[in-house]
Write a protein that binds this ligand. Structure first.
Ligand code: CMC
Length: 432
């Protein structure tokens, strides 16, 4: 629980003489919060569609300062983690609160490696999907289905059960992600290889076939690891809040993560990386960029520039900066620096950053703007982009679910401003 500031907020309501006193709390960073939890006892609710001004929980995992463009995981800046750490070490940090010692890291990596296989019976689930099913649809199904295999460890009040579930989810996400891709290609599934790193193993399961091995390019593997790392957590975003809300009912963790995957799928959230590439394809040529920027600014046109804007960042997304550098490294390595898609993306970025509309509304490129370009260069099909986001976000979802379950929590149950009809009597059919 956050520290009380000693300050109170006073809410004066027209026609009511006495102000309602609301306690205030301070976190270790960020603005003070006003506790409105007792307002309902006074006969009022707060109204905040989209939860723009609402903190739904206490958390020690991730801090974002959207105005300054700061992102900290357990206090460590994302730029430092991207430069010096890797995805699995960050998973450990998110789950445990501290960086691991060398022995703890080795044990963690080894444990994840030994949970990468999925139950053979799970392979049969895939046959139920159409070959052209979107891989996110498959992921919602098969991650939820994992719970049927682990009846032995679904007691959410048992720390050991929660721990093994975290390992299983982090380890099996890339396996199931690659299987959803292989299924769409009509290719056989490739088993995980524990001698490879997390990112190498994922790329191997994606691109190897039983007829031909796939030599993982270390620069591509590093970029893949970085993409997972940069997506690992982002505090109370829509999918994480969905995981918490589902978890607050006592639902099992596989069901909660499946709910998070469903929430992530939308184009305003994790689906944006796929939408960026689709948008660039629609723009088609640099000469059309001005027309599309004008469309994005037109209030009567629903078109938005995908990969721009963020609910919290009103500055450059710090993940986008790291991603931009990675993007150049990958394209240089692959010898596709002169890629027309990247050229268009760079031109679009420049125009939008100099445009009064985007400056005034503080709309900067976000992480999805660059990740899509990198993934395309690596040869990952567009439909898989959001699946990769989901794989990266899994430790964040679990860390938040675990944080909630580990301390006293209540079922998440928002209220509403009801605007429907007031009570009226049922009208029989012959009187309507
Ligand atoms: N292009 C054009 N105008 C935009 C854009 C955009 N991408 N984003 C926001 N605006 C405008 C919007 O029309 C509104 O204008 P006005 O004040 O005149 O009505 C103003 O900026 C504020 O927008 P909002 O929709 O109220 O902001 P929000 O915080 O509710 O939405 C967002 C944030 C990310 C959903 C939105 O910026 C968006 O749709 N961006 C494109 C999709 C995208 O890239 N999403 C990925 C987000 S980052 C990854 C993640 O967290 O999942």
């Amino acid at each position: 629980m956050a520290d009380a500031t000693g300050k109170v907020a006073r809410l004066l309501i027209d026609g009511v003489n006495e102000a309602i006193e609301l306690p205030m709390y301070s976190g270790s960073e960020g603005p003070d919060v006003i506790d409105v939890g007792k307002l309902t006892g006074q006969g009022y609710f707060t109204y905040d569609p989209g939860f723009v001004s609402t903190a739904s929980c206490d958390s020690e995992i991730t801090y974002i300062d959207g105005d300054a463009g700061v992102l900290l995981h357990r206090g460590y800046p994302i730029e430092q983690l991207a430069e010096h750490s890797n995805f699995l070490e960050l998973c450990y940090l998110l789950l445990n609160g501290e960086l691991p010692s060398a022995a703890e890291r080795d044990r963690f990596v080894d444990t994840i490696g030994h949970h990468t296989m999925v139950h053979e019976q799970l392979r049969a689930f895939f046959q139920g999907f159409r070959r052209d099913a979107h891989p996110m649809a498959i992921m919602c199904g098969v991650i939820g289905a994992l719970s049927v295999f682990y009846h032995d460890s679904l007691d959410i009040d048992d720390l050991e059960h929660r721990r093994i579930t975290a390992y299983r989810l982090i380890a099996k996400m890339p396996t199931l992600a690659a299987m959803s891709f292989k299924y769409s290609q009509g290719e056989p599934f490739i088993y995980p290889r524990n001698d490879l790193s997390y990112a190498e193993n994922f790329l191997h399961m994606m691109f190897a076939t039983p007829c031909e091995d796939y030599q993982v390019n270390p620069i591509i593997a590093k970029a893949m690891d970085r993409i997972f790392l940069l997506h690992a957590d982002h505090e109370q975003n829509a999918s994480t809040s969905t995981v918490r809300l589902a978890g607050s009912t006592g639902a099992n963790p596989f069901a909660c993560i499946a709910a998070g995957i469903a929430a992530l799928w939308g184009p305003a959230h994790g689906g944006a990386n796929e939408a960026v590439l689709n948008m660039l394809a629609e723009i088609g040529d640099e000469k059309n960029i001005d027309k599309y920027v004008a469309k994005a600014k037109d209030k009567n046109d629903p078109f938005r520039l995908m990969g721009f804007g963020h609910r919290v960042y009103k500055n450059y997304d710090p993940r986008a900066k790291v991603m931009q550098q990675t993007c150049h490294d990958v394209l240089e390595e692959l010898g596709v620096e002169d890629n027309p898609t990247l050229r268009m993306a760079q031109r679009l970025e420049k125009i939008a950053l100099e445009d009064e509309y985007f400056i005034e509304k503080k709309l900067y490129p976000n992480v999805d703007f660059y990740s899509g370009t990198i993934l395309k260069a690596i040869g990952i099909p567009v439909e898989m982009f959001t699946v990769i986001f989901a794989t990266g976000r899994t430790p964040g979802w679990i860390a938040h679910w675990n944080e909630m379950i580990s301390s006293p929590y209540r079922i998440g149950r928002p209220r509403q401003l009801y605007r429907g009809p007031s009570k009226r009597d049922y009208v029989p059919m012959d009187k309507r």
